[in-house]
Design a protein around this ligand. Structure first.
Ligand code: SF4
Length: 334
């Protein structure tokens, strides 16, 4: 864009890239008026950056991926603005992402932060009030431009300063996707991901397991969060939870994620699940876990089978045991 003195202003924006179509369109709208755009995507054990990497590479956008697990977890335990219908603290999550993008803007000496948010598209996080709150609480409100809805929102600093041409920003609002689809056609963007996909915190089953983890494990590690994605989780009592692999792939992941402090249980002579007891347990719980392992194996219900387990030191033990009773076990599933 040209300044009042005829000098060409080089404007740079940091764009939050989710991988969905809207964030890519927001980039395109800004690039069209000469803004240099760099993307940033965030990852935690709850959502990854694969879609962002893919869609950025499809349009040749340079992208930085930042792991925000630590800060996200602190926020997730007590989000100021609460959770959505599951364990998704979307408003606080957006605040955190905008804050991180703001720090990146400052570090890169960029002029603005761009997001693909569309006014009114999602009731909880994209109403006018929510957009205002997340911007304000991020600490970077004057610099946050939502190119797809900007003309319906207050003017930002780069617009006031003439660095960004407001008349070339858009006025999209609501849940409809028609204009975005037309724009995608115009920019020849294909194969984009659906909006709001891919965050485990919006999944009811995952959210139950996370609530249980928060309630029982004050010192949880990142690997405990990774384990929430795999297998059946059964709570035996306040101290002990077990994780039962449901298929070969899950058994392998459970083994990969196991640590020396855990107990790993499996069938000695039959095929069956890998069962993990994170951080170990006493002998009574171990016997119950062995019975559950037998229940989900190919062992006949009325015959004893041999179940073995390995502790951190690598020592292997076994027990001959009847499979646990199914109904009681199902009630333990988290
Ligand atoms: S859906 Fe997940 S990633 Fe998206 S804002 Fe909500 S909590 Fe954050």
């Amino acid at each position: 864009m040209e300044s009042g003195t005829g000098k060409i202003l080089k404007i740079k924006g940091i764009a939050l890239i989710s991988g969905g179509l809207d964030s890519i369109l927001a980039v395109k709208v800004m690039q069209e008026q000469g803004v240099e755009v760099e993307g940033v995507a965030f990852e935690t054990p709850f959502f990854g950056s694969d879609r962002a990497v893919e869609s950025s590479s499809a349009i040749g956008l340079p992208l930085t991926v930042v792991d925000i697990t630590e800060e996200h977890l602190v926020m997730l335990r007590a989000p100021r603005y609460g959770y959505g219908s599951n364990m998704n603290p979307c408003i606080d999550c957006h605040i955190l992402m905008l804050k991180k993008a703001g720090e990146m803007m400052a570090a890169r000496r960029a002029d603005c932060i761009l997001t693909g948010e569309v006014l009114g598209q999602r009731p909880m996080s994209q109403g006018k009030q929510s957009l205002h709150v997340v911007a304000k609480r991020s600490g970077y409100q004057p610099y946050i431009i939502r190119p797809l809805s900007a003309r319906l929102l207050p003017e930002t600093m780069p617009e006031m300063e003439g660095k960004v041409d407001r008349s070339r920003l858009l006025d999209i609002q609501g849940r409809g996707r028609k204009r975005q689809m037309e724009m995608a056609d115009g920019y020849r963007i294909t194969g984009y991901a659906t909006p709001a996909g891919g965050c485990l915190l919006t999944d009811p089953g995952f959210s139950n397991r996370l609530r249980d983890l928060f309630a029982h494990d004050k010192n949880m590690q990142v690997r405990d969060l990774e384990l929430l994605r795999v297998g059946r989780h059964l709570r035996l009592n306040d101290e002990t939870k077990i994780i039962v692999g449901r298929k070969q792939r899950e058994n392998s992941i459970i083994r990969e994620l196991s640590e020396d402090c855990d107990i790993v249980i499996s069938m000695r002579d039959l095929s069956g699940p890998t069962v993990l007891v994170p951080y170990g347990c006493g002998s009574d719980d171990l016997i119950r876990a062995a019975g559950i392992c037998a229940l989900y194996s190919h062992a006949p219900d009325d015959l004893k089978a041999i179940v073995e387990w390995r502790t951190g030191g690598g020592a292997t033990h076994h027990v001959e045991i009847l499979p646990a009773e199914g109904e009681g076990v199902r009630q333990m599933i988290i």
